[in-house]
Design a protein around this ligand. Sequence first.
Ligand code: FES
Length: 342
Amino acid sequence: MSDHGSHEVAHRPAAGQELADPVADPGLPPHEPRLTDVDPKAADRAERQIAGMFGVATILVIAFVVLYLIVPRHSSFLNLGASNLALGVTLGGALTLIGAACIHWTRKLMSDHEIVQDRHFDRTTSESRDEAGETLKRAAVESALDRRKLLRRSLIGAMAALGLPVVILLADLGPLPGNKPAHTVWRRGVRIVNDVSNKPVRPEDIKLGQLVNALPANIEELKEGAEQHAAKAKAAVILVRMEEGDIRAMPNRRNWSVGGVMCYSKICTHVGCPTNLYERVTHHLLCPCHQSTFDLSDSGKVVFGPAARDLPQLPIMVDAEGYLVAQRDFTEPIGPSYWERG
Ligand code: FES
């Protein structure tokens, strides 16, 4: 232990003394030219290989566009989605070939002279920045792009073609939704059903302070699949019951509740999370995503958080058999705000 300690002390530099390099700089090994550096035929062959890869990539990108237009979206091939398969293979192949061509280009034709760059710890000087500019210019020359026209043109062709899928995929953004977001499947007389038991709900089924998640009964009439899921997501509601005296409804909403039972959209008006954290004493409904809080006793007003709009309320009544039904659809779009919303 003591030997080791004295060894360390012996190598510690005295104050003001520079720490010597512990290992001598071995320098660079001598540069070894590649076959393409010494044999013009090999260099031309490499250029043709690279240009071939860029060329095939360009063809694959064009094939992507054509297949996007002609392969039906829902057709299948080998139990896989034919459209996805065709688009994936062509675009994936094009990107792979462009990547491989760039690697081949770097290894065979770009300058491979080893350089040493010292590490700087301070802000670079203007000389260093000029030097960096010069280095970039030199790199442009050493990339061989200026003197190898076939390589340059095929690269430009492949990169330009790569923009086509981006443009063509914009078609998938449409069509515009029109006024669809403004409507749900709620209609006058549609029963409100419990979203677990699927049974219609009477006002007396809901206890004071209770919250029930519910859906419109007519959701079952829709074809199963995307259409039904979308309709469900928009029409989901919550039912709450409070003392009638606690309700501070706006004058035009006095007849929107039944015996203290009120119905609101379940979709938060901030960015659309489902809300159902109900605080029975304050009648506040909290969205778990970003803590927007709505006062259900006061027409769903926002009392806290980032939501910019009150929670839409569904006007309800009872039908001849005493079940809760909607008076009409929501009077405003549910969920987050969007540009076209009036
Ligand atoms: S989605 Fe409800 S607060 Fe953000």
